[in-house]
Design a protein around this ligand. Structure first.
Ligand SMILES: C[S@@+](CC[C@H](N)C(=O)[O-])C[C@H]1O[C@@H](n2cnc3c(N)ncnc32)[C@H](O)[C@@H]1O
Length: 277
């Protein structure tokens, strides 16, 4: 089983742009959600699947006495993260580690973060169990499990709804991943007996987020994924790029409205009674 079926897209230059735009779009609404947690004075935070360190850096700035470890499996992203965050080393550090099998001892972190990863890899339940393992009792999990049934554009021609109705299910079946994991994460966490489960939404829409930032996300998705998506669209119909151009034009239209609802799921590791698979 390919454990990183989006490896090519994740390592692409378009993903670096995308992570920058996504962080700009999402962080202003996500930041207060991080401030809810009851953390020790000097918390130890894991950013699992940290990519280029966009959020590892913001977390290190938000919690100035925290130690933050970002882990990923793409060396180029880790190098970029290290060079960009030099001024915060060694309090903020980056290592090559896989979220399937972390090097850390059990019960190490006060806050374990995993954003935009679980939808892209198989066996997300195994990864969640591994994240729980390294989180201390009373510590928190903070997740962004994407869900591609939660993105909506105006109905124009070609209608982006055609792409979003067909492609995520096909892409998921082909890569053994769940592109609707956003709605399924609550149940996985509840089955492990995690406590205080919350589900919030960051609303990336044309009212709350500058249109150019929202458009940059769609442009980067198009540049990274159009080739793979074209293989899943009916031949003779609109191409992936035609659909994405329509979405970008919807977002840039000053009278247009579009929305991507981004689930943010958190939970607390119980002192006892954890039910790991
Ligand atoms: C869409 S990016 C999200 C990056 C970052 N979490 C953020 O929010 O900006 C997904 C990241 O997960 C990483 N990833 C995929 N499989 C992984 C694994 N088994 N272990 C660690 N990281 C992994 C990819 O390399 C990629 O950098």
């Amino acid at each position: 089983m390919e454990l990183n079926p989006q490896g090519k897209q994740m390592a692409d230059e378009s993903m670096v742009r995308n992570l920058d735009a996504q962080a700009r779009a999402i962080w202003p609404q996500e930041r207060p959600l991080f401030c809810r947690y009851t953390l020790p004075d000097e918390p130890y935070i894991l950013d699992a699947g940290c990519g280029t360190g966009e959020i590892s850096l913001r977390l290190a700035e938000l919690f100035p006495r925290a130690r933050v470890l970002g882990v990923d499996i793409i060396d180029g992203h880790l190098e970029l993260a290290r060079s960009r965050c030099q001024h915060l080393a060694p309090r903020l550090s980056f290592e090559r580690q896989s979220v399937y099998e972390l090097d850390e001892a059990a019960q190490t972190f006060d806050l374990t973060v995993c954003r935009h990863v679980l939808h892209s890899i198989p066996y997300p339940d195994r990864v969640l169990a591994e994240l729980v393992r390294v989180t201390r009792p009373g510590g928190y999990l903070h997740l962004i499990p994407e869900d591609y049934g939660m993105i909506h554009f105006e109905r124009r021609t070609p209608d982006p709804r055609e792409l979003w109705q067909e492609v995520p299910a096909r892409f998921g079946a082909r890569t053994q991943t769940d592109l609707f994991i956003g709605r399924n994460t609550y149940g996985i966490l509840a089955a492990m007996n995690l406590q205080e489960i919350t589900v919030d939404y960051v609303i990336v829409d044309t009212v709350r987020v500058p249109r150019e930032i929202f458009a940059a996300i769609l442009e980067a998705w198009c540049d990274g994924y159009a080739g793979a998506i074209d293989e899943m669209l009916p031949s003779g119909g609109p191409t992936a790029r035609a659909y994405f151009n329509q979405m970008v034009s919807n977002i840039r239209d000053p009278h247009g409205y579009a929305v991507w609802m981004v689930p943010v799921v958190s939970a607390r590791v119980p002192q006892e009674g954890l039910n790991l698979p």
